[in-house]
Design a protein around this ligand. Structure first.
Ligand code: HGY
Ligand code: MN
Ligand code: MN
Length: 411
């Protein structure tokens, strides 16, 4: 059964234009007007095919064909980073929609459904995989007020504004799109977002382990003052402390080896005048590896290092743990099934880890979960240059279709 590759590419090209930063990549933050327009596009397809489309209290979406039990979920996300690419997340969602449409077009039953996990990037609330963390109980109703955007507005307020949180959420009364206990298999098709497949000429990546991650937020508070009238000696400069910390953190990651990565991607300076010594600098540190021991060693070394730098410069240091998730291995059954299919089809594939995190990993403790990758040109992602050959995009979606057909027929 062949998917309609052109329809998939046309969908992706249409959705690429739903961005808050036209001409500068795709910016489609959760709970914004752009997010709403992408949801409307999904609703139009669901309506045309008579699929149900439910949105839960945190904004996760479930699209399900009328006869389907929805026991196999094909998931990903529609939100992006700022000035991101046109494929991250949305490729997996639209490939899932293409699979459901292909089954319907051919009059073949499936128990598959598509899941859109809300706020996967954490671009608004700082925590990745937010929707799937609620679905799997890592986050509870208490986190609706604990998670806030940069201006202090809580997730709960955003959700109420979008109309998703219709009742006063408390404890287990948070209505969610699926109960992981009802899921027999969770799959995700995604771009690799790294250099391996492009460099090695691979067609399909089969994911073994998704990296664990830990995000710290560090705030240095020094003494704000006049840039010209303050002698260099005796300054308590939080910007200089930040600069020293950046290079020290890089050194910790390089010395850790074992594939540990650490990134400082977001920094804010107060008050932010060119003629003012900052009174504070706040920055995030995103630390990851495929082994929780290595990740936590690096986290603790970095926590200690940033505090020592503060002491040495007589600035205060506050460290907040923003988000974390363990390194998660996918189901051997799914990995072996995908590898067997790739062998049979003569596809050039590799079983590999994922440095990027993905919602389907949150479901892995509850069900047979697995992921497949297609190459990213030049290994770029989370940038406007993110791209994948159309043949690779169609091959990936067809592989997803074939894997589902195979697993359905073996039931
Ligand atoms: O950060 C990640 O790995 C994912 O893109 N949210
Ligand atoms: Mn993604
Ligand atoms: Mn991403």
């Amino acid at each position: 059964m062949k998917i309609n590759g052109q329809r998939l590419i046309d969908d992706l090209k249409y959705l690429r234009e739903i961005t808050a930063t036209p001409g500068q990549g795709v910016t489609r933050f959760s709970y914004t007007e752009e997010d709403g327009r992408a949801r409307e596009y999904l609703a139009r397809i669901a309506n045309e095919y008579g699929f149900s489309m439910e949105t839960d209290s945190v904004g996760n979406i479930r699209v399900c064909p009328p006869e389907s039990k929805g026991s196999l979920i094909i998931g990903s996300h529609i939100d992006t980073v700022r000035n991101g690419g046109w494929l991250d997340g949305i490729y997996g969602v639209m490939s899932g929609m293409e699979v459901l449409r292909t089954f319907a077009d051919n009059g073949v039953h499936t128990d598959a459904a598509v899941m859109v996990y809300a706020e996967e990037e954490g671009s608004v609330f700082g925590s990745t995989m937010t929707g799937s963390k609620f679905l799997t109980g890592k986050y509870t109703a208490d986190d609706l007020t604990a998670l806030t955007d940069d201006s202090g507005v809580t997730l709960k307020e955003h959700l109420a504004e979008c109309g998703y949180l219709t009742e006063d959420a408390s404890g287990s009364s948070l209505p969610l799109a699926v109960n992981p206990a009802d899921i027999e298999c969770a799959l995700e098709l995604h771009i690799e977002q790294g250099p391996v497949m492009d460099a090695e000429g691979l067609q399909i990546g089969i994911v073994d382990t998704v990296f664990g991650m830990h995000v710290l937020e560090v705030t240095y508070s020094g003494l704000g003052n006049h840039a010209g009238a303050s002698p260099m000696k005796g300054r308590r400069d939080s910007m200089s402390a930040f600069a020293e910390a950046v290079l020290a953190i890089e050194k910790v990651a390089l010395e850790a080896g074992c594939g540990v990565v650490a990134t400082i991607g977001k920094v804010s300076v107060s008050p932010g005048g060119s003629n003012v010594i900052p009174d504070s600098v706040r920055f995030t540190v995103d630390i990851r590896s495929n082994d929780d021991g290595h990740t936590s060693d690096a986290v603790e070394r970095i926590r200690k290092t940033v505090c020592e730098i503060a002491d040495g410069r007589n600035v205060e240091c506050a460290v907040r743990d923003v988000a974390d998730s363990s390194a998660i291995p996918f189901s051997r059954k799914v990995i072996e099934g995908m590898a067997a299919l790739a062998e049979e089809q003569g596809i050039i594939y590799k079983v590999m880890d994922s440095g990027a995190v993905h919602d389907t990993a949150m479901l892995a403790p509850f069900t047979d979960a697995g992921m497949m990758f297609v190459p990213s040109i030049n290994g770029r992602s989370h940038v406007p240059e993110e791209d994948t050959d159309e043949d690779d995009l169609v091959r990936g979606a067809q592989f997803l279709m074939d894997y589902i057909l195979r697993s359905q027929s073996s039931h």
